[in-house]
Design a binder for this molecule. Structure first.
Ligand SMILES: Cc1cc2nc3c(=O)[nH]c(=O)nc-3n(C[C@H](O)[C@H](O)[C@H](O)COP(=O)(O)O)c2cc1C
Length: 457
């Protein structure tokens, strides 16, 4: 895997520096030639002798130790990758601002091959907007960042900031060095769409977009040309379209799909949108304006309860809508002959109409990609996600047949420890033949990697 690769490891003065001794050993065991550069502060936490013994190479700290005829920061740049782990807030800040007041920093500034930064720090340091801004700047410039995990920290607290395990750093290095998805174009959607009610209110869901983002980051690390369509803005080095509603997302996904080798629909797209967007903020006790200039028909009452309203002719179909809304987690009930404003409880009526089923629609698009031999065309691999709160596998099997996608990734949203807004997930990947692969609970980054490997196996 890393046979004969030249890996430069940079260690700054984070408490997890001792773990990098094991990482150096792992790289060596995988056949790499490893050199280590430390910040002077890191020498307080780990010794040169240990690292020299493990790397079987000289270890560098000072700017002015001359290796043959070249200054060291230039000599060290002749490596295939620079892995800076742990990367302290201080070292990250200096790299992001081009400061070169130690050998590790001068080397980073002169390094033209991939740099992997593995931050580790106290939660408050991590959450400091200055640190985040520095990381965003580096990420945008194409530096690979392996973000920290949440967990127990050396300062005695628990939270985000813990350096990723050395196995994960090792795997990330392999991904960057052997870009398995080089030449592949992958489109990924992420986040929960927002269906506007009025200029300040919307209907949405609890999707954080973390799974989609992990897929996009991992695909990028694995060498893919990534297009992310998300409901939030990112500062990533790959292409990112920001969309808010299902209709906006549909438009861009359909435009981009014909150019992709793979489309992964990880976004939670709202099944319904409000039919009549109110241009002005709806006021308490105010009127709800519909297409007829008077009324609309899904009632959102103060207690967060959604009640379908219909005249007699629409009652049956709206009953169905109420059922779906209920399945989607909304409390819903159908009310025949309901009115826009209920004078008894001041409830408001909003009508929800069905959104396009983007996944199903792109599965129906004609094949456009030219086959490598130039003969014929093919479609991109289309992967859907399904979040279920009950009968996960049965529902997923029905869904893959109904949607017509190549693979479906199913996850159980009834579990508190995984899924929505969590950093972990546990998924089942189902193919067209209804074969199931279980990927056990892991970080979303690791799950993303397993999903991508499964798609392109
Ligand atoms: C015991 C100890 C542990 C530390 N751990 C961290 C850490 O995990 N992350 C971090 O950003 N700073 C940590 N610091 C603070 C840095 O060492 C300090 O900011 C230093 O200036 C960083 O220098 P360097 O980036 O040049 O290595 C720690 C300090 C001490 C004394």
């Amino acid at each position: 895997m890393l046979e004969n690769k030249n890996i430069l490891v940079g260690i700054s003065a984070g408490i997890s520096a001792y773990k990098i001794c094991e990482l150096v050993r792992m790289y060596r065991k995988a056949g790499a030639n490893v050199r280590v550069v430390l910040t002077p502060n890191a020498l307080n936490l780990v010794t040169k002798l240990t690292l020299e013994t493990l790397s079987n190479n000289e270890v560098y700290v000072n700017n002015f130790e001359i290796d043959e005829y070249k200054p060291e920061h230039i000599a060290l740049t002749e490596s295939d990758i620079f892995v800076i782990a742990p990367a302290t807030a201080n070292t990250i800040g200096k790299i992001a601002n081009g400061i070169c007041d130690n050998l590790l920093l001068s080397t980073a500034c002169a390094f033209s091959k991939p740099i992997l930064i593995v931050p580790a720090m106290n939660t408050n340091m991590w959450n400091n907007p200055i640190v985040q801004e520095n990381l965003t700047k580096l990420s945008k410039l194409g530096y690979h960042i392996l973000e920290p995990a949440s967990g127990y920290l050396a300062c005695g607290t628990s939270g985000i900031g813990r350096m990723r395990e050395v196995e994960e750093i090792f795997d990330k290095t392999v991904d960057i060095m052997t870009p398995k998805l080089k030449g592949k174009k992958i489109l990924i959607t992420a986040g929960g769409t927002k269906e506007k009610i009025d200029p300040v209110r919307y209907i949405s869901n609890s999707s954080s977009g973390k799974m989609g983002l992990a897929l996009a980051d991992t695909a990028y690390s694995m060498g893919a040309e990534v297009t992310l369509i998300s409901t939030f803005k990112t500062d990533k080095p790959y292409l990112n379209y920001v969309t808010e509603t299902a209709l906006e997302m549909e438009k861009i996904v359909k435009e981009q799909t014909p150019f992709q080798d793979c489309v992964i629909m990880a976004a939670a797209v709202s099944d319904y949108r409000v039919e009549n967007y109110a241009k002005e903020k709806i006021k308490r006790g105010g009127k709800c304006i519909g297409p007829d200039g008077e009324t609309t028909s899904l009632i959102a009452s103060g207690g967060g309860k959604y009640i379908m309203s219909a005249d007699n002719s629409e009652a049956t179909s709206l009953n169905k809508n109420a059922e779906s809304a209920s399945n989607a987690g909304l409390q819903a009930e159908c009310q025949q002959g309901g009115k826009c404003i209920n004078p008894e409880d001041n409830s408001i009526t909003l009508k929800l109409v069905e959104n396009p089923d983007i996944l199903k629609e792109i599965c129906l698009l004609p094949p456009t990609l030219t086959l490598p031999d130039g003969e014929g065309t093919r479609k991109p691999i289309i992967v859907g996600f399904c979040a279920e709160s009950e009968n996960l596998i049965e529902n997923a099997k029905i869904k893959i047949q109904h949607k017509g996608c190549d693979l479906l990734v199913a996850n159980d949203i009834s579990r508190k420890d995984i899924g929505f807004d969590s950093d972990s997930n546990e998924v089942y990947i189902i193919n067209r033949e209804l074969n199931i692969k279980h990927i056990e609970k892991d970080t979303k980054q690791n799950i993303a990697k397993r999903i991508l490997e499964e798609i392109f196996e």
